[in-house]
Each structure stands twice: as C-alpha cells, then as structure tokens.
Design a protein around this ligand. Structure first.
Ligand code: CP3
Length: 342
C-alpha cells in the first residue's frame, strides 16, 4: 500500500500545520450523483453495501467527480443492527424499516454481540479494495453510528422526528436500554477496529440523533458509550465525533480524546470553538440546503464560513449530509471554493 499523496485531512486532525483546509462532504457517496443513481436502479441497497466492487465504485465516485480530499466508505450505520441479528430493510422513498424492533427484555435474546469477521467481513473486504483503488490519492474514512442513534432505530423500528418510543424505553426500562447500548458499543468497537485493520485511515462516529436528548441525558445515554468507542480507537487512528444538535456538550466531546468534532449549522463557529477548546479539530458546518443557492452565493458563504472557523485545526464540510437534489456543479463549487481559499 502506497503512502498517501494527499494527507491534509489526517494532518489537520492531528493538529499539524497545513497549506489549506481539507474538504469533504458528509454523505458524499451516493444520493446526488447521477453515476450513483445508475447503480441504485440496478442493485438493492444492501446489495450495494455487501458487494465490495460496488461499494468501492460508489466510495471513489466523489473523489473522481467532485475532487474531495477524503473518501468515505459506502455503507450504512444500520449494518450493525443487522449483524447483531435484527432484520433491517431499506424501503424505497421511505427509509429504514426494522420489522421486529426491541421493546422488552426478552427481545434481547434475539440479538447478540456478533463475530464481526463473520457478519461484517464484506465491509472489510470493501475497504481493502477501496484502498487499492484509491492508491494513496486521499485518505479513507471509516464510520459507524453512535450507540444511541443505533438504539433509536433498533427500538423505534423506523425513522422518526422525535424517536419518542426509543426515548420511552430509555426512561421507563433503563436497564434494558443500557444493556442494549453496551451490546451495540461492544459490537461497534470490534467493527471499527476491523475497519482500521482493513485500512481505514480515520473513523467518524455519527450521532445523528444526539441532539434529541437533554444535555444530562446526552451524557448518560449517548456520550458515555461514545467515550468507550473513542478510547478504544484513538491510539490507532484519529476519531471524529459528529453529534448533531449536541452543541451543549462540545467540551465534553473534546475531552473524550476525539481528534475532530463535527459541527452543525445551528451554532456560530466562534462559539463552537470557544466551547470545544483549542485541542481539537472542528469540522463543518455549511447548511446542506444552502448548496441549492446560486453558485456565487455558495462561493461567498463558504469564504465567510472559513474565515469564521479560521484555517487552523479546521476541516471544511457540511453541517449534515448532502441532500439528494443538490446539482453536482454546486457540490463542486463548494469543494473548489475551499481549495482556492488561502
Ligand atoms: O457518507 C456517505 O456517503 C457514505 C455512506 C453512508 C450512507 N449512510 C449511505 C446511504 C453513510 C455514512 C450513512 C450514515 C447514516 N445512515 C446515518 C448517519 C448520518 C446522517 O446522515 O445522519 C443515518 C442516520 C443512516 C440511516 C439511513 N440510511 C437513513 C435514515 C436512510 C434513508 C434516508 C437517506 O439518508 O437517504 C438511509 C439510506 C441510505 N444510506 C442511502 C445512502 C446513500 C440512500 C438510499 C439509497 O440510495 O438507496
């Protein structure tokens, strides 16, 4: 495996001086690229995830087409509950569906902490193939969902604006909830270690629903488990934690030893830095819907964003995943503007 030709992201995460800020976009693999849509029509969602050649092709597309400084593995956070023994379907235009969610103690008998090589070996195979295909052009980001976000789907059984049923289990059956969170955590640590062994250069933990919890519950239900994951991985690779909406706990997240923190667009960059402190790299926080603006507006707003974060310990990114209806030249304008800024 050759050394990286572009290691801006890794150097920025380690806090080293860089020529310019690196840029990538959350959910850049899939969704908005016509080249992805062709594969989407031909193969089922989990078939795309489970076939290393397809996962590889989709992962590398945004590197070739929009010129991002990092690739992110094409997969999904819900392969973890699948590996634990729950059925997960991806329903066209509806999203995830878990027909037999976890509701009571005895449901835990239906799931287990699996051998990740047996159940998720296809992800490790995809990573090895992607590393070959990238041939050192840019680093590869591996990922997993945070235990709380995974619990949301395992208990609620589908997407939700409030995840009230998932919260209800945490509040009324705390012992069940914490047992489940620990099983997810143990699976996730083994899974991410496997991703790193296969070649992932850095890891992002997605806590998409962290912001649904109060600061106190976020600590008890989410951060406690994220802390275990960061501790288990951080000596091997830099770890990025993205907990959407959990701006109140940026300091506590920095204290986990994470190298980077994802920031959404609902907090001022200056305040995010003040909360997080100087010993962590910040990543974000362009409103994904703003990529629908005319290109000159995107260019202007990207410059404003970089000036607000400063070029030190900063990775340009969106504040959440790219939307499916973003024109490719708008995504490219976002990336190009970051690359030209100095
Ligand atoms: O970042 C990337 O591009 C890599 C691949 C990736 C996917 N999902 C592929 C995907 C990543 C990192 C994810 C993470 C993910 N999956 C999260 C956390 C990040 C976030 O955006 O909050 C969550 C909550 C999920 C669960 C999930 N998967 C949902 C809610 C949906 C349906 C709605 C949607 O996002 O499109 C998915 C399906 C999914 N995962 C798609 C893709 C490209 C779209 C389905 C398709 O193209 O057939």
């Amino acid at each position: 495996m050759s050394a990286l030709k572009n290691d801006l992201l890794l150097r920025t995460l380690r806090g080293e001086e860089v020529e310019r800020s690196p840029v990538w976009m959350m959910r850049q693999a899939g969704r908005y690229l016509p080249e992805y849509m062709v594969l989407r029509r031909k193969y089922g969602f989990f078939e795309r995830c489970q076939t290393p050649a397809l996962a590889c092709e989709i992962t590398v597309q945004p590197v070739d087409i929009v010129g991002v400084d990092a690739a992110i593995l094409f997969s999904d956070i819900l392969v973890v509950p699948q590996a634990m023994g729950l059925e997960v379907q991806m329903v066209e235009s509806k999203g995830p569906l878990l027909p037999d969610p976890i509701k009571i103690d005895s449901d835990l008998n239906r799931i287990r902490v699996p051998d990740v090589n047996e159940t998720l070996g296809y992800v490790f195979d995809a990573i090895k193939l992607i590393k070959q295909e990238l041939n050192g052009r840019v680093p590869l980001i591996g990922f997993a969902g945070a235990p709380w976000t995974i619990l949301c789907y395992m208990v609620q059984g589908k997407g939700s604006k409030t995840f009230d049923e998932a919260k209800a289990v945490c509040y009324t059956q705390p012992q069940l909830a914490h047992q489940l969170l620990q099983m997810i955590t143990d699976t996730t640590i083994a899974y991410l270690k496997g991703q790193v062994a296969a070649g992932a250069d850095t890891i992002q933990v997605f806590d998409s629903w962290g912001g649904l919890l109060s600061p106190h519950d976020f600590e008890n239900i989410s951060l406690k488990y994220i802390r275990q994951i960061v501790a288990a991985l951080k000596d091997d690779v830099p770890v990025i934690v993205f907990a959407k909406g959990a701006w109140h706990s940026l300091k506590e997240m920095a204290d986990t030893g994470a190298a980077g923190l994802g920031i959404d667009w609902c907090i001022k960059p200056e305040l995010a830095r003040q909360f997080a402190g100087d010993n962590v790299t910040l990543q974000g926080n362009f409103d994904p819907a703003k990529l629908l603006s005319p290109i000159p507006v995107i260019q202007q707003e990207v410059k404003t964003m970089i000036k607000a974060f400063g070029t030190k310990r900063y990775v340009a990114n969106l504040g959440h995943g790219i939307l499916p209806n973003v024109p490719v030249d708008h995504a490219r304008a976002f990336v190009d503007t970051v690359k030209e800024f100095s």
